[in-house]
Ligand binder design. Structure first.
Ligand SMILES: Cc1ncc(COP(=O)(O)O)c(C=O)c1O
Length: 390
């Protein structure tokens, strides 16, 4: 690389990534092949439109790349091409959710999703997100006692509010979600059911977390978390007489975007193939084993784990009620000791999002570099020492 300033920074970031324990639940380390696709000549090509229907010439190879990504997405999640439509042009998770609502929910309609402080994402109708401004947000929370989803309370609220769409799927919820129950609630109030599987898509692919597809009208996933691909997102919509496939494609272009990032799409195609292997299944299993071991050891050391444990890659640790350490202090102290986490609200948090009561941990990245249960026990013990100032 000729640009020595940027080269130095890339090298330094590579070193940083190698030198830390990375417990950011939404991060992972992509393969060399994915990196190669991202830095390939595919970035030079404009390809507005879809395979076989491009606005620019010279897309015969690009069409093959995008079609491969679509086919591999269907195959990985065991979907029939005549039942599901896939759009792989979404630049990331937030614009993907925005595109989905824009396509399927009239402006001013109601979006029902989980509150940020309970583990929902900003794009599930938070008032500061455009998804909470252009549409009317109906927000639900967790059961304050059990810290898990209260399906009866959601059903009551849904029947009362009659949302146009219910969003299930979370950014900081460690448990398995009962998609069948969400389907039944959506049917009772006449809403669409959108599943945001950004966090757990890799676990679904690996067969260690239930698939939302049998119950959803639409599914979104980012590709850079447990799925271990580049930064991008995929939208799946049911293919039927409602015409969601055409509505979505039209909303993506010309509705919201221009040329797709085909180098990223190639990276996604590679990651989808990598996830469709026995090795990835083993990886996904280990991710959960590692998270459960980490959570158990932290509990043994006296730390409160939200909901009492985890069924996934993700753990919410209530550092404030355990030991008076705020989420912001905890994350700074841990970073100084080489452990990277993010501060996070816990259910019912009365502290601010900028200095909440807890931290979020995840095991996707560390499992990718080969960490096992015994390493998780050591990490928990190091965290305990750092947080207690021992
Ligand atoms: C559940 C969920 N949806 C959407 C997003 C948004 O993804 P992005 O950061 O790629 O916009 C995230 C990211 O954290 C997420 O966790």
């Amino acid at each position: 690389m000729k640009d020595t300033q940027i080269k130095k920074l890339i090298t330094a970031e590579g070193k940083r990534q190698k030198s830390v324990i990375n417990l950011i639940a939404s991060e992972n380390y992509v393969s060399k092949d994915v990196l190669a696709a991202l830095g390939s000549v595919l970035t030079n090509k404009y390809a507005e439109g879809y395979p076989g229907r491009r606005y620019y010439g010279g897309n015969e190879i690009i069409d093959k790349v995008e079609t491969l990504a679509i086919d591999r997405a269907l195959k990985l999640f065991k979907l029939k091409p005549d039942a599901w439509h896939v759009n792989v042009q979404l630049l990331s998770g937030s614009p993907a959710n925005f595109a989905l609502y824009s396509a399927l929910v009239p402006i001013g309609g109601k979006i029902m999703g989980m509150k940020l402080t309970s583990g929902g994402h900003l794009t599930h109708g938070h008032p500061l997100s455009m998804t909470g401004k252009l549409w009317k947000p109906i927000q639900f929370e967790l059961d304050p006692k059990t810290e898990v989803i209260d399906y009866d309370a959601i059903e009551k609220l849904a029947i009362q509010e009659k949302p146009d769409i219910i969003v299930a799927g979370f950014t900081a919820y460690p448990r398995v979600v009962d998609f069948k129950k969400f389907r039944s609630i959506a049917d009772k109030c006449g809403a669409l059911l959108h599943i945001d599987m950004s966090h757990f898509a890799g676990l679904v692919a690996g067969g260690v977390y239930p698939s939302p597809f049998p119950y959803a009208d639409s599914v979104m996933t980012t590709t850079h978390k447990s799925l271990r691909g580049p930064r991008q997102a995929i939208l799946f919509v049911k293919k039927d007489e409602r015409g969601f496939d055409k509505k979505l494609d039209k909303m993506v272009i010309p509705g919201l975007f221009g040329g797709p990032h085909e180098n990223n799409i190639a990276g996604v195609a590679i990651a989808l193939k990598e996830a469709d292997t026995p090795a990835f299944k083993k990886y996904a299993k280990q991710v959960i084993k590692n998270a459960q071991t980490l959570a158990k050891e932290l509990q043994r050391l006296g730390w409160k784990i939200v909901s009492g444990g985890t069924d996934s890659h993700l753990i919410l640790m209530d550092t404030f009620s355990s030991n008076g350490v705020t989420g912001s202090d905890a994350s700074k102290k841990l970073e100084k000791a080489g452990i990277i986490v993010n501060m996070n609200t816990v259910p019912g948090d009365t502290r601010s999002v900028m200095d909440p009561s807890g931290i979020r941990l995840g095991t996707c990245a560390e499992t990718t570099i080969g960490k096992k249960e015994k390493d998780m026990i050591k990490i928990a013990q190091k965290m305990d020492k750092v947080l207690r100032g021992k």
